[in-house]
Design a protein around this ligand. Structure first.
Ligand SMILES: NC(=O)c1ccc[n+]([C@@H]2O[C@H](COP(=O)([O-])OP(=O)(O)OC[C@H]3O[C@@H](n4cnc5c(N)ncnc54)[C@H](OP(=O)(O)O)[C@@H]3O)[C@@H](O)[C@H]2O)c1
Length: 326
């Protein structure tokens, strides 16, 4: 299988990574840990080598104990630790109302990493992200902390999630950034102006929520039910009646293109970014092995530059409501 590089770090990964968040967080009540382990191992067996987690991807198990995503990921990957790339994140905790509490002070980053290493059961993290920019901490201070962690062998490379150009340039000048992890999908294209910056600085783009939180798979309807307490999709604008109405043209386009390519809408939506740039690496998430296989299969779907340009031209004429949009 083709491999993709995390910027100039030299770290190679499968072209589609596995977003592990939904195993414990935001996609319903956490899976029983042994089932989560089974799904992640199935992903490795089918060819995934890039696994994405975070300190804050937690939930609650039925007995009231905390479901740590990193614990499940670490347990699943322990037997193949040296053959996989584990990415995790620091700097964000979830507040009661799903707000994000930001803290990227150097001492917090260091303490978070120790916790992540313990839960993952490993002595290094391959790719360590600052999960969100903390306005109270300059990028130079974060980058300098990451440089220290690289020197100490605790992380191999670092990245920033939801980075903007100015922050990225300032951070990169202190310690080269291997990857940004920004939202990107057919419905979320507002970070595209970063393309030339990533090319100039030789930084990968790990695309999170690459199917607009599953919406672009075309498998959901306005009647789909999401648990209000544990599944964030229940409150996302694309999943409302109005959201479906606004995106009906896009879903129809996806179905038609998928038919032409003997693919599924999920695969087509991922192939659209895979074929656009060699440094774009989507990390779709699923709890279901058959869907993980489907999503990885996107790497076999070829779209020409002309086909991508025609899709973009159609997208430019569409307006939809999507979570994270502004
Ligand atoms: N950096 C950040 O701030 C940030 C934010 C959000 C997410 N992320 C990362 O990005 C990863 C993916 O993002 P995401 O989960 O928000 O969005 P996504 O990958 O676009 O969508 C995932 C959702 O789609 C469903 N799904 C996946 N494949 C499917 C298929 N082939 N057919 C039908 N449904 C399918 C999954 O449900 P089932 O499990 O039921 O299949 C899941 O609920 C996360 O796991 C996380 O690692 C990062």
């Amino acid at each position: 299988m083709e491999q993709r590089l995390l910027g100039a770090s030299g770290i190679a990964v499968s072209p589609v990574g596995m977003g592990c968040m939904g195993i414990t967080h935001a996609s319903g009540a956490p899976m029983p840990p042994e089932e989560g382990v089974r799904v992640i191992r199935a992903a490795y067996d089918m060819g995934y080598t890039f696994f994405d987690t975070a300190e804050c991807y937690t939930g609650l198990y039925p007995d009231g104990s905390v479901a740590y995503n990193e614990t499940v990921v670490g347990e699943a990957l322990r037997p193949v630790r040296d053959r996989v790339v584990i990415a995790t994140k620091c700097g964000v905790q979830h507040g009661k109302d799903r707000s994000l509490l930001l803290d990227s002070r150097p001492e917090t980053i260091r303490a978070s990493l120790e916790g992540s290493l313990r839960r993952l059961g490993t002595d290094y993290v391959d790719l360590y992200y600052q999960h969100r920019i903390d306005p109270a901490v300059p990028p130079e201070a974060v980058a300098d902390t990451m440089a220290g962690l690289i020197r100490e062998g605790k992380i191999r490379a670092w990245g920033i999630s939801e980075a903007n150009e100015d922050y990225l340039r300032r951070a990169h000048a202190v310690c080269p950034v291997a990857a940004v992890q920004n939202r990107y999908s057919m419905m979320a294209r507002w970070h595209e102006p970063l393309f030339p910056v990533l090319e100039e600085l030789h930084i990968a783009w790990v695309a999170f929520s690459p199917m607009a939180n599953g919406f672009l798979t075309g498998r959901y309807t306005p009647q789909s039910h999401f648990d209000a307490e544990t599944d964030y999709r229940g409150a996302m604008p694309q999943y409302t009646e109005e959201g479906f109405r606004a995106a009906s043209g896009l879903l129809a386009l996806l179905r038609r293109l998928a038919d032409e390519k003997h693919a599924t809408p999920a695969q087509l939506s991922l192939a659209w970014m895979l074929c656009r740039k060699p440094y774009l690496i989507p990390i779709p998430g699923s709890r279901k092995p058959e869907r993980l296989a489907e999503n990885l299969g996107a790497a076999d779907v070829q779209l020409t530059a002309g086909e991508i340009a025609r899709i973009d031209a159609a997208l430019d004429t569409m307006h939809f409501a999507v979570f994270g949009g502004h």
